[in-house]
Design a protein. Structure first.
Length: 261
């Protein structure tokens, strides 16, 4: 097996792990990957020796603690998190709401930071390292909107568009025009699309090259969001722009940064 194929196999194994199924047996992995049990065993054992997996007393494999150390290096070493945190702290202080910072990885929203205010609704499904479906979240829509359509289609075809609430978009042909609108206006909403009584607004964060590298959002109870929707939107867009500028981004037309909506 070539080095590239070996790396692909490692990626396929790690992609199996979810909160719903945090442990896998050799037979299960062999069946899912379409390889022999001996190959699956060798792969899992090697990952175990590297600390990326650990073997349970029952002979199953879960993620290893090395990921904790690697995630610490990643989160503390990335300029996005370091740059965004003071801006997020200010938003939390001023509005008292939950603020999230997230990036997109393989079509999934990955939370990089979460700060919760004193009047914030408790959002149990998020937290540093948590993953959410991109199509149903404001953060995900912002991040997807800056990808080529072919990448969006490929990602969502693989992961699907499950429905969580009556307002969740589950048809890619309906989602694509919305993503174009999101990209044009510089923000996206989640109006009770992922969870009841929870609304979000998100805006993109650009790096020095003008590439979207993350997104910033407010998570607000529906009753408060409906009363101050435009204020939350304006605040999150200005904060996202501030972080972008701290990363070296220069908006081409400052007088027309945002389109009111």
């Amino acid at each position: 097996m070539s080095v590239i194929n070996s790396v692909e196999r490692v990626g396929q194994v790690l992609d199996l792990y979810t909160a719903e199924q945090p442990e896998w047996g050799v037979t299960q992995v062999a069946a899912r990957l379409g390889v022999s049990k001996s190959s699956a065993h060798a792969l899992l054992s090697t990952l175990g020796q590297m600390g990326l997996l650990h073997r349970t007393p029952e002979g199953r494999y879960g993620l290893g603690w090395r990921f904790v150390a690697l995630s610490k290096v990643l989160l503390e070493g990335t300029p996005i998190t370091r740059t965004a945190r003071p801006v997020m702290e200010r938003l939390v202080h001023e509005y008292g709401e939950t603020v999230h910072l997230a990036a997109l990885e393989c079509g999934r929203v990955i939370y990089l930071e979460k700060l919760q205010g004193n009047r914030a609704v408790r959002v149990e499904m998020t937290g540093v390292g948590a993953e959410l479906w991109a199509h149903a979240s404001a953060l995900g829509k912002v991040l997807l909107s800056h990808l080529p359509e072919s990448e969006v289609r490929a990602s969502l075809a693989w992961r699907g568009l499950p429905g969580f609430m009556p307002g969740t978009i589950t048809d890619i042909e309906e989602l694509l025009p919305l993503l174009a609108q999101v990209r044009a206006q510089g923000h996206a909403y989640d109006i009770e699309e992922y969870a009841p009584e929870l609304c979000c607004v998100a805006a993109p964060i650009f790096n020095h090259a003008g590439v979207v590298v993350a997104a910033l959002s407010f998570s607000v109870p529906a009753y408060r969001f409906s009363e101050s929707r435009s204020s939350y939107r304006a605040a999150i867009q200005e904060a996202a722009l501030e972080i972008s500028e701290r990363l070296g981004y220069s908006a081409p037309h400052p007088e027309a940064r945002w389109t009111p909506h």
